[in-house]
Design a protein. Structure first.
Lengths: 126, 126
DNA sequence: CGTTTGTTTCGACATGCCTCTAGGTTGACA
DNA sequence: TGTCAACCTAGAGGCATGTCGAAACAAACG
């Protein structure tokens, strides 16, 4: 991992390490933007947003690909591609158990994105 | 009118109308995903994420394009293009006053996205 | 009225993304 | 061991996006 420009890594973020103040408090540094933008980008597709929702809301905290694929009118490989995108963004993790692959949400990064967008009413407008 | 699944518009969201439960509570409907994905997509670029941050954190709640452009090593038209993307996503609004154009964040939609990503510790994991 | 300054639009090109089909890999089971 | 099911990877086609330079538009000012 050579692109260590920022002192923060995706692993840190997934682990829930705080990254920065909310977007409305201070201008975020370029390194942070470069690190978090891919996560937002991954959520920028309706299919992936629904996949993320199904994974995050799954009972037991995980869900099988075999339960995800039939929920869409898309081919298996296409769903697999979207899951890979979510995986590479650090939003989910995958684990193979026997025949099936189970996906699990990564609450740390989700919380980071949420806190970044949080608009605090007490944020000074001046 | 407690269960609004599809009859929601971007205007509603920008105005701060609640759209749905957090992503980790229930699977979001396809209509909601189609409505919110463009907003995440708009934030999925490092330049736009920084622009959004500069706008949202601007003192006075607004900022001039003439203050945004010099902050990047990109051409004016390119910055304008990114601002248009944020505008069309409903994340910011623009107003021309004299020579300059001022941009202002749209806290309603930002709050929607934040609440969607919020992970409640009390979310049942089983 | 013409010039200057700030901002957006237009046209073009390179790159990236979404989707598919085809094929490969992994694991279960007779 | 052979076969089948589940899942992923590879490659291609078509469309969208990011970026630029040039030009158009808008407002202020002399």
């Amino acid at each position: 991992m050579s692109k260590q420009t920022a002192a923060l890594t995706l692993t840190d973020l997934s682990a829930g390490q705080p990254c920065c103040a909310p977007i409305a408090e201070d201008r975020i540094p370029a390194e942070t933007a470069a690190l978090l933008a891919p996560a937002f980008k991954a959520l920028g597709d309706p299919v992936r947003l629904q996949l993320m929702s199904m994974i995050a809301s799954a009972s037991g905290g995980e869900i099988c690909v075999c339960d995800l694929t039939p929920a869409f009118t898309l081919s298996g490989p296409t769903i697999s591609h979207h899951l890979k995108t979510l995986r590479e963004a650090g939003l989910v993790t995958a684990e193979r158990r026997g025949t099936w692959v189970y996906y699990r949400a990564q609450p740390g990064l989700m919380a980071q994105l949420a806190s970044l967008l949080t608009v605090d009413a007490s944020v000074p407008v001046g």
